[in-house]
Design a binder for this molecule. Structure first.
Ligand SMILES: [Zn+2]
Length: 53
């Protein structure tokens, strides 16, 4: 999912809404996925992309 990390917020068998991993730090970005593909993005991140090791 790009360079951002998300936490599962809620969803159904058909779709899942994910909140940004940094939501507790004021980031309001979220995405909605259907079958693992992002179908909509909500808000903007207030930080740089995460780096993965
Ligand atoms: Zn974010």
């Amino acid at each position: 999912m790009g360079g951002f990390r998300y936490l599962k917020a809620r969803g159904t068998a058909a779709w899942v809404r994910w909140r940004c991993f940094k939501k507790d730090h004021g980031c309001g970005a979220a995405v909605k996925t259907i079958d693992g593909e992002i179908v909509s993005m909500i808000g903007e991140h207030n930080h740089a992309e995460h780096t993965f090791s």
